[in-house]
Design a protein around this ligand. Structure first.
Ligand code: PEP
Length: 246
């Protein structure tokens, strides 16, 4: 069975100033020296997209508005991100779902806006600690996947990132069996949704991925790369994860 090429993406969240250009240059040097077998992406804050673009590493965004333009003070549209050269936009990160009240409907509208610009949406899903304790993980993830993928999405412009909320930034990671179980459910939802093409949709794992646990997590069935927060801020740390795919 063919497997999609892995995508290892860094989410810098609200971190980084113009001096962070150094990290991109360092990362590009490391990647150029080694032979890397995955796609690599950095999603910096929107303020850094222009400064970091054109330095050899693909640059994406962390969020966008669901409209193309209009009276939305402070917001940024997918069309603007495309204009800056982004190919990917993260939507529905748990921090946006929690801090900004984003529902599956909001996430779906944002993913649609991204895909209508010809960009790829990285749609984040994942259960909270409480939901896992109550045995609701598979139901929560299923409703997020089904409810957040737009009607007109295709296998080519969709990436799913499974990020258990309790694993983000905590140093805790699920067992490989737990990751395998959730990723298998997501794969079967993608096959239902896209037919055979669903096999080629990348499903990333995210949540406290570091160089020391990456090879174990990335070897789990249906894990096609990682979405990385803290360990993507320094080029050497992030490259330690990327190297898993050498
Ligand atoms: C994230 O925020 O997407 C994430 C996975 O963070 P961390 O790697 O720091 O847990």
């Amino acid at each position: 069975m063919a497997a999609p090429k892995a995508l290892v993406a860094g989410n810098w969240k609200m971190n980084g100033l113009t001096a962070s250009v150094d990290q991109i240059e360092k990362l590009n040097a490391l990647v150029t020296e080694g032979s890397v077998g995955c796609d690599i992406l950095i999603c910096p804050p929107a303020t850094l997209i222009s400064a970091l673009s054109g330095k050899g590493i693909d640059i994406g965004a962390q969020d966008c508005h669901m409209n193309v333009s209009g009276a939305h003070t402070g917001d940024i549209s997918a069309a603007m991100l495309k204009d800056l050269g982004c190919h990917y936009v993260i939507v529905g990160h748990s921090e946006r779902r929690a801090d900004h009240g984003e529902t599956n409907d909001t996430v779906k509208a944002k993913a649609k806006a991204v895909q209508e610009q010809g960009l790829t949406a990285i749609i984040c899903v994942g259960e909270t600690d409480e939901e896992r304790e109550k045995g609701e993980t598979l139901d929560v993830v299923t409703s997020q996947v089904v409810g957040s993928i737009p009607e007109n999405a295709s296998a080519d412009n969709t990436v799913i990132a499974y990020e258990p909320v309790w694993a983000i930034g905590t140093g805790k990671v699920p067992t490989t069996n737990d990751v395998a179980e959730v990723h298998a459910v997501i794969r079967s939802l993608l096959l239902d949704r896209f037919g055979d093409a669903g096999e080629m949709v990348r499903i990333q794992y995210g949540g406290s991925v570091k160089a020391s646990n990456a090879s174990e997590l990335m070897s789990v069935a249906n894990v096609n790369g990682a979405l990385v927060g803290g360990a993507s801020l320094k080029a050497e740390d992030f490259y330690g994860i990327i190297k898993t795919y050498q």
